[in-house]
Ligand binder design. Structure first.
Ligand SMILES: *Cc1c(COP(=O)(O)O)cnc(C)c1O
Length: 229
């Protein structure tokens, strides 16, 4: 099992490298987030030993349980839907919250961050495909939220995130990734104070190579590293 995780990481990195070469991008500009949700701490430690530093979790409880058991340079990303009553617990242990999709949630983060005298980095989650079952903002609602959150002194928008539909052929998601990229370019062109669009969190095990070709700067890979959940 441990050999598998290290080997999987090597393979994923090779594919990232190849996708970067195909699209004229730098390997260093793509951060691999090892999505370790539901996996035991031993698996994270194996991945850490194989060089992984960024880990993705979708539950606050899991971040709180795992973070103390990992070396201090481990970075935990909150990638799952976040409830307002969990914000207080997650703003310190998480390096980036990928899943902000409402003003109410952003306000809660501002309030808790102010209380702790912290600046919290966030991404806005966009439901590009318009899937009803998914969280995330409709693309046409993103700009309004960007403007509102840009006025919050303790919250900093770093970019956008999307969860693309599950598809058999990753090419089917290329248009989704293109749309998120274009939206980020559009927002960036407005030069809004306190807002940058350097992070595009898109692409999972089934489609991260296509996502990289379309500009992903963070990819979130679970199954491809740790095996089935
Ligand atoms: C589970 C999850 C992933 C990883 O999915 P895999 O298909 O296992 O790579 C990525 N992003 C989010 C938001 C997830 O919840």
């Amino acid at each position: 099992m441990s050999a598998a995780i290290a080997e999987n990481l090597t393979q994923v990195r090779e594919k990232i490298r190849a996708a970067c070469e195909r699209s004229g991008r730098n390997y260093e500009d793509v951060t691999l987030i090892a999505v370790s949700k539901t996996k035991p701490i031993e698996d994270l430690q194996i991945a850490y030993a194989a060089g992984a530093r960024d880990f993705g979790e979708n539950k606050v409880q899991e971040i709180l349980a795992k973070a103390p058991a990992m070396p201090t340079d481990t970075r935990f990303h909150m990638i799952g839907h976040l409830q307002r009553n969990k914000v207080r617990q997650v703003i310190k242990p998480a390096v980036l919250i990928h899943s902000v999709d409402s003003l109410r949630l952003a306000e809660q983060i501002e309030q808790e961050a102010a209380r702790e005298n912290l600046i919290v980095d966030i991404l806005l989650e966009v439901n590009v495909a318009g899937e009803e079952s998914k969280f995330g903002l409709a693309p046409e609602d993103v700009l309004e939220l960007v403007y509102a959150v840009s006025k919050f002194p303790h919250v900093r928008i770093r970019g956008l995130m999307t969860i693309a539909p599950y598809v058999d052929d990753p090419e089917d998601n290329r248009e989704i990734f293109k749309k998120l990229y274009r939206l980020s370019v559009d927002i960036n062109s407005k030069n809004i104070d306190n807002v940058t669009m350097r992070v595009l969190s898109m692409g999972m095990t089934g489609d991260y190579e296509v996502a990289i070709e379309e500009g992903a700067t963070m990819i979130r890979v679970g199954t491809g590293i740790f095996g089935a959940r």
